[in-house]
Ligand binder design. Structure first.
Ligand SMILES: *[C@@H]1O[C@H](CO)[C@@H](O)[C@H](O)[C@H]1NC(C)=O
Ligand SMILES: *[C@@H]1O[C@H](CO)[C@@H](O)[C@H](O)[C@H]1NC(C)=O
Ligand SMILES: *[C@@H]1O[C@H](CO)[C@@H](O)[C@H](O)[C@H]1NC(C)=O
Ligand SMILES: *[C@@H]1O[C@H](CO)[C@@H](O)[C@H](O)[C@H]1NC(C)=O
Length: 310
């Protein structure tokens, strides 16, 4: 019994070592592909040099959350849907049904506006607009109702928005509009003191404001740079941090010989490619190297000692 048990144990530990080793070799340790429980796939990356260059420096992974960075602030990412190509973010300083917070602008970089703008079914609700607001005058046509809801409904529908009514004894003007409006006119120009944003508005027919989805849904497009081919060959897509040229980062590489852009990890011969040098700092590569050595040592251990124990 005892020898049998111990050989099972040893077999299991071989197995664990092999699994650990193959995981290390198969996944690219240089590009983290999870931030907490949110998968990070192309075109996004949380390590510089990973993902598509167009999306560089947009995400920040902290201990508990994943954030979307824009010039106007840091927005918590609630989910990324890689099939629908959408990212839902939440602005912690905007008003919602339960909290009233003075407006601040939502500003994206030009690149963000072009590559990952708010989707058409994300609506901005501008509230407590002054009678001089452009959206009540010259740009009235930018306001609309969605799914049978008028913006005024908000003032009665939520505890926070009721305050406007209570404080002013009238119903101040309100406007549902698209990202385009807030992109071209700052909140100061729009002259509305508060805003909120709601997404998936097409599905909100008959749903009361209390149950709307507050936040913004961004829709992105994936640059077609040969990533599919790279992933098929076992690599992960990234870019050169200096030139921002596409790189297929091959998962295992013991050679530092190839710093060349490649589209296919297989094309360079198995296990060779741009590997460690692709878009990462020296410290990361240095940190990864001992792991490879440990992995190799573990493999050697299993290889040489395995037969004696099993
Ligand atoms: C990401 O967040 C961390 C911690 O909040 C911060 O130290 C770091 O500078 C941020 N990185 C970027 C690129 O903003
Ligand atoms: C939105 O609906 C309200 C109430 O039904 C109506 O008074 C208003 O004219 C509508 N606004 C637009 C832009 O259609
Ligand atoms: C609504 O806007 C007016 C100015 O147009 C402002 O004086 C008032 O404080 C605002 N209401 C709230 C609740 O912030
Ligand atoms: C990069 O590619 C060029 C042309 O294919 C080749 O001559 C050169 O040796 C490669 N460099 C490395 C470091 O592999």
């Amino acid at each position: 019994m005892i020898p049998h048990t111990s050989s099972t144990l040893i077999f299991n530990s071989h197995f664990t070592i092999l699994i650990l080793l193959s995981n290390f070799l198969l996944t690219n340790s240089l590009c983290r592909n999870f931030c907490n429980n949110i998968p990070i796939n192309y075109p996004f990356g949380i390590d510089d040099g990973c993902g598509a260059a167009q999306f560089r420096r947009m995400l920040n992974c902290s201990a508990n959350d994943l954030f979307f960075l824009t010039p106007s602030g840091i927005y918590k990412i609630q989910n990324i849907d890689y099939e629908k190509k959408t990212v839902v973010i939440f602005d912690p300083s905007m008003s919602t049904c339960s909290i009233l917070q003075p407006h601040h602008d939502f500003i994206m970089t030009d690149i963000q506006s072009a590559t990952i703008p708010p989707s058409p079914d994300t609506v901005f609700a501008l509230m407590n607009c002054s009678i001089d607001s452009p959206v009540l005058n010259h740009y009235k046509s930018l306001c609309f109702n969605f799914s049978g809801h008028s913006c005024d409904e908000l003032y009665g529908g939520c505890s926070s928005f009721k305050l406007f009514h209570i404080l002013s004894n009238t119903t101040p003007a309100c406007c549902f509009t698209t990202y385009g409006t807030v992109k071209y006119m700052s909140m100061n120009i729009l002259d509305c003191t508060h805003y909120t944003s709601v997404y998936n508005v097409d599905g909100l027919k008959g749903v009361a404001p209390l149950d709307w989805l507050y936040g913004m849904k961004l829709g992105y497009s994936v640059p077609d740079l040969g990533c599919v081919q790279c992933v098929k060959s076992g690599g992960s897509c990234g870019f050169d941090v200096e030139t921002e040229a596409f790189l297929c980062i091959c998962s295992s590489s013991s050679s530092s010989s190839s710093n060349n852009a490649t589209r296919d990890c297989g094309a360079n011969g198995a296990g060779r490619g741009s590997g460690m040098s692709a878009g990462k700092s020296d410290t990361d590569a240095a940190a990864a190297a001992p792991l490879l050595v440990i992995g190799a040592a573990a493999a050697a251990f299993v290889f040489f000692l395995g037969p004696f124990f099993s």
